[in-house]
Design a protein around this ligand. Structure first.
Ligand code: ADP
Ligand code: MG
Length: 456
């Protein structure tokens, strides 16, 4: 795994205060927000979102895209913080200074940039390559924080790009700030389109040379694991005919093999491939009836030839949540979804039961594999054997899969209990909670940490 040092060396504990900004360039949208940290584990978030114009995703120069981003930041400040911003001087107005402003009273901004970067410092990182439909060759190899700062400065905005943020680190920070207890969280993890985790490691355990500046006083460093690429060689991961088919037809065969068994982008596709295989079996009456007497609704099931089940990526993982949540005797909600989403007409109870069973198996395997990553980090931290018996080991999670799939966390706990070195007692000490807004409050908190480093 990449195990990328993030140059973040401390997590918050909920007492932090101040107003910070955060922006998130992730794919389709650009989000701008300001966050007021109240110092009591609560915060207030003001938010705006704009779609990135298609032509800017493939602009000739990086400058065109970043100028657009800076302009949005300017709009946001005028709209939401106009009272504290002097447009003529480009200064943030503060009450304390007699001249009406102080150089250090600019907004610190955390920049969540969800593309592969080589991080060189807390607010420095060069773009390795674009993904998700962006293609501006001019930007590759450049420091994305500097690109944004240049455009901000041209507009004389009172903003300093203080931190470059990965969404997993944002999740870790958000969880540390908002959860109860005197210690911060150990791990921030994403189970959404993809999966990844960032955790707090002892500096002494780091073997790589660190190029940039960082605060050594805490003795810790947050590591972005990039665990989606765990076991690409498949020495331990399970491998079914449907995993093999999915990988072969993917844009990056042989890569992100753990992610391809765990995250939302892929679970629906694994299920789809298994369903299509079943449909090919003559001897199995799946989504098909002998005649109306074998259908509990006294009809005959058939599947439309236009069903998206026959198209790659045609089955969204969200329907697996519907299948898991429907525990009615007739599975009527699931049957309605099969009808409206997948054009399976008049599905019988046994069709719905079979679909639910396969979907459940794919999701349960995902949750159990998720537990492997969580357990690996809990064991590595040594906290289970530690002295602070009462303090829970806190883990923040984000992403639609863990948030919306019913009992996903319960299945993670079930697996944790059966892992050597964790067991019943260990699992009780692990507290997994949803931490939303990693790219908002989390990014703001990293900007705060970075501001602290500037003073030192
Ligand atoms: P991102 O990872 O881009 O930040 P999300 O956390 O919303 O976005 O994750 C999106 C992924 O979650 C998609 O792959 C989608 O299929 C899946 N997903 C969306 N809704 C659900 C749901 N209700 N149950 C399970 N998976 C879902
Ligand atoms: Mg996300």
């Amino acid at each position: 795994m990449s195990q990328i040092p993030t140059y973040v060396t401390a997590v918050p504990n909920g007492t932090e205060k101040g107003v910070y900004m955060a922006v998130d360039l992730g794919g389709t949208n650009f989000r701008v927000c300001s966050i007021k940290l109240n110092g009591d584990s609560t915060f207030n978030l003001t938010y705006s979102k704009v779609a990135i114009p298609k032509e800017l995703m493939v602009a000739k120069t990086a400058q065109e895209l970043f100028a657009f981003l800076a302009k949005q930041i300017g709009h946001f400040i005028e709209t939401h913080h106009g009272d504290r911003f002097d447009k003529d001087t480009g200064r943030r107005i503060t009450e304390s200074a007699p001249e009406g402003y102080q150089e250090e009273h600019v907004f610190r901004l955390g920049f969540t940039f969800s593309f592969p970067v080589q991080q060189l410092g807390i607010n420095k990182g060069t773009l390795i390559r674009w993904t998700k439909g962006f293609d501006i060759p001019d930007a590759v190899g450049k420091d994305v924080c500097a690109l944004l700062q240049e455009e901000i400065d041209k507009l004389h905005l009172p903003v300093k790009v203080a931190a470059l943020v990965n969404d997993t680190v944002g999740t870790l920070m958000a969880r540390s700030y908002t959860s109860q207890g005197k210690n911060g969280a150990l791990l921030g993890a994403i189970f959404g389109t993809g999966t990844n985790g960032a955790y707090v490691e002892k500096l002494a355990n780091l073997k790589k040379p660190l190029q940039g500046d960082y605060d050594k006083s805490t003795g810790d460093m947050v590591i972005n694991t990039e665990w989606g690429s765990f076991d690409n060689q498949l020495s331990v991961l399970p491998n079914t005919p449907w995993d093999i088919a999915l990988d072969k037809a993917s844009v990056n065969p042989g890569i992100q093999m753990y992610e391809k068994r765990v995250s939302g982008m892929f679970l629906g596709e694994i299920l789809r491939l298994a369903v299509v295989d079943l449909l090919k079996k003559e001897e199995v009456a799946f989504f098909r009836d002998e005649n109306s007497s074998s259908n509990d609704w006294k009809s005959t099931t058939n599947i439309g030839s236009d069903s998206s089940i026959f198209t790659q990526w045609g089955l969204d993982t969200a329907i697996m949540s519907v299948a898991a949540a429907d525990n009615t005797p007739e599975l009527s909600t699931l049957r309605q979804e099969l009808d409206s989403l997948l054009h399976v007409y008049s599905p019988a109870i046994d069709d719905a039961q079979a679909f639910k069973a396969i979907a459940g198996a794919v999701a349960r395997r995902s949750a159990r594999l998720s537990a492997v990553a969580v357990a690996g980090i809990v064991l590595q931290s040594g906290k289970l054997g530690g002295a602070s018996e009462e303090e829970p080991i806190d883990i923040g999670v984000d992403g639609s899969l863990v948030e919306h799939y019913p009992y996903f966390r319960d299945m993670i706990y079930e697996a944790l209990r059966s892992i050597d070195g964790i067991g019943e007692e260990g699992a009780k000490r692990i507290r997994i909670g949803i931490a939303k807004d990693g790219s908002g409050v989390g990014a703001a908190l990293i900007a705060l940490v970075a501001a602290g480093m500037e003073k030192k």
